[in-house]
Design a protein around this ligand. Sequence first.
Ligand code: G3P
Ligand code: MG
Length: 260
Amino acid sequence: ALLDENSFLLIAHRGASAIAPEHTLASYQMAIDMDEDFIEIDLQMTKDGVLVAFHDDIVDRTTDGSGKVAEMDLADIKKLDAGSWFNAEKPDRAKDEYVGIQVPTLEEIFTAFGDSTNYYIETKQPDKSEGMEEDLLELLYQYGLLEESLPKGHVIIQSFSADSLKTIHELDDDIPLIQLTDNLEQEIPSPETFKLYREYAVGIGVSHKNADDAYIAAARRAGLLVHLFTVDRLAEGEKLKSWGANGIFTNDIEAVSSLK
Ligand code: G3P
Ligand code: MG
């Protein structure tokens, strides 16, 4: 099952983002077609309170627009071309269908894919987005994605913000949560710290650059799953798997698919 301690998951980081424009219905569809375990969605809220899939704080890198997601209304975001940048950056992967492709709302993603895939949703900048957690849960219920009948773990919510995860845990303590950390200090948290995470989270999402076998072993001893981001080389994935990792976030599914 998805959250077994001996499971190893491949999580499509921003969708199949090595071969299609990140965080578009196209990159998610590509990931689903390539039998990824999860599509990873970075969630932000527009100025008029709509949840959209977008990574950066500003739209400049991955659209033809400029400015902050949080300071733009959905109508303005919907006018942006979120695919031509990709065609220019990766001509060998360019497709006409990406020209003018839009930034998707979370609702459009759920409408397009329903329970045909698993969702690994990151709340981004939740402290700047009033009611993000409540709105997210409301959409998950509305689209039938938290039905008891569905396998546990087919929706995972992750965040760098412990507060965001604790808010979700208070609203629904049945949703598996993952505490994200860059672990820049490159230290292994104490058992007490891991235990604090374990009060609301089932695991840790950590940068693979800052987590070694000792880190993974310590987290596993504390009863926490460990998923690492972002791994695009097979050798790195194999090493992490041999250290007991439970999964990786990857842009390049083709490169690491043999890890399944
Ligand atoms: O959610 C895991 C990973 O995506 C966190 O880093 O910056 O790619 O969202 P980032
Ligand atoms: Mg993310």
